[in-house]
Design a binder for this molecule. Structure first.
Ligand SMILES: NC(=O)c1ccc[n+]([C@@H]2O[C@H](COP(=O)([O-])OP(=O)(O)OC[C@H]3O[C@@H](n4cnc5c(N)ncnc54)[C@H](OP(=O)(O)O)[C@@H]3O)[C@@H](O)[C@H]2O)c1
Length: 338
């Protein structure tokens, strides 16, 4: 498959380097020529889980330098969410008939792009692979995770199998007939564990032990799960059951619910929220495609999402520099809960 990877950051670099190491030809697109020439000079190096790899990367160019009329069978979109939304319509023109765009961002990007560009051109993706970029061209694989791909409309397809077989040469790729459900399972945790932790400036274990932290977690999760259900999605089990025991639109205080929460904490309670790193680096966050998506879709479907809306507003205030990540931010958000 003629393959282009757009965005040579942590995930794009890792996946591209592992694929190149199998001898596959892969084209890469960077934001600008300075990044492209650095990568042509340095090549791509991978360390960590899955072993080391060191490959040359001759086919790297700035996105704007790719000539019109180019054709790819597969474009892996590995930028952050807002860039993916902006770039995808342009990049979609480079996809050969029968070819596929695979977005791998957190949140609702795959769904939004499929709605915008057509399901026949977009195969949904999400990453359970963890990667870090230590320097341009130097990537670490942090876990033995996998890429999950599938049709956003559900079911199996020959193209999902083709993409799995091709990318699977480099990294583990799995196909699910319920990608939408998997996206929601990840979204539920990103909405609660990741975003709330970032706002509070601490791990989930630290914030969920406070009364306001617990209210914000429960209500943000309840709202997101209600929207998922109303949209027709069937969230599927990832590390924990997405639907808490006895849940009927609202978390029910019970020993079973505490046991479920303890399982969430075991899996995710001690991780530094990735959005907190975005705050620390002054980068735009993906909140509009996570809690923002829940709030937008909730409005369309007539489901109240005041806590997710307040979370989005708070993240934007932190990004603007009006607030700092701190547990006290959760008090005002908890006050919006119904
Ligand atoms: N890393 C993980 O472990 C992980 C796990 C699960 C999901 N995800 C998701 O995967 C997505 C990518 O994450 P990441 O960690 O790989 O992000 P990242 O390290 O920030 O990589 C994004 C890359 O896209 C590049 N880019 C931005 N605008 C571009 C443009 N116009 N043209 C070409 N390249 C452009 C960036 O270049 P600049 O540096 O020049 O901006 C950067 O190299 C995110 O949605 C994230 O939530 C990541």
């Amino acid at each position: 498959m003629q393959t282009l990877i757009v965005g040579v950051g942590a995930l794009g670099g890792l996946i591209g380097a592992r694929l190149r190491a199998t001898g596959a030809r892969v084209w890469f697109a960077t934001r600008d020529e300075a990044s492209a020439s650095r990568l042509r000079a340095s090549g791509l190096r991978v360390s960590g889980v899955g072993g080391a790899a060191d490959v040359a990367a001759p086919d790297v160019a700035a996105l704007d330098a790719y000539p019109a009329g180019l054709g790819f069978d597969l474009v892996l979109l590995a930028t952050k969410a807002h860039e993916a939304m902006e770039l995808a319509p342009r990049i979609a023109r480079w996809i050969e008939p029968g070819g596929t765009l695979v977005p791998i961002q957190n949140g609702a990007v795959s769904q939004l792009l499929a709605d915008r560009l057509g399901h026949e051109r977009v195969l949904g993706g999400l990453s359970n692979l963890g990667a870090t970029m230590h320097a341009p061209g130097a990537f670490e694989q942090r876990n033995a995770g996998h890429l999950l791909i599938g049709e956003l409309g559900g079911g199996q397809s020959p193209r999902a199998e083709r993409v799995r077989a091709w990318l699977g040469q480099g990294v583990e790729v799995r196909v699910t007939p319920n990608l939408q459900g998997a996206i929601w399972s990840k979204l539920l945790l990103n909405c609660s564990v990741t975003t709330i932790g970032a706002i509070a400036g601490c791990t989930m274990r630290a914030y969920v032990g406070t009364p306001e932290g617990r209210v914000v977690f429960d209500r943000a999760y309840d709202e997101a799960l209600s929207v998922a259900g109303a949209s027709g999605a069937r969230p599927e089990r990832m590390m924990v059951e997405p639907i808490p025991p006895g849940w009927s639109g609202r978390a029910v205080p019970a020993p079973e619910h505490e046991a479920w929460l303890a399982e969430v904490l075991r899996g995710y309670g001690d991780l530094k929220p990735s959005m907190l790193q975005d705050f620390e680096r002054g980068r735009t966050t993906e909140v509009d495609f996570i809690n923002g998506y829940v709030a937008d879709l909730g409005r369309t479907l007539g489901i109240a999402t005041p806590v997710n809306a307040a979370i989005v507003e708070t993240v934007h205030r932190i990004t603007r520099g009006d607030l700092r990540p701190d547990r006290s931010n959760l008090v005002a958000i908890a006050a919006t809960a119904r």
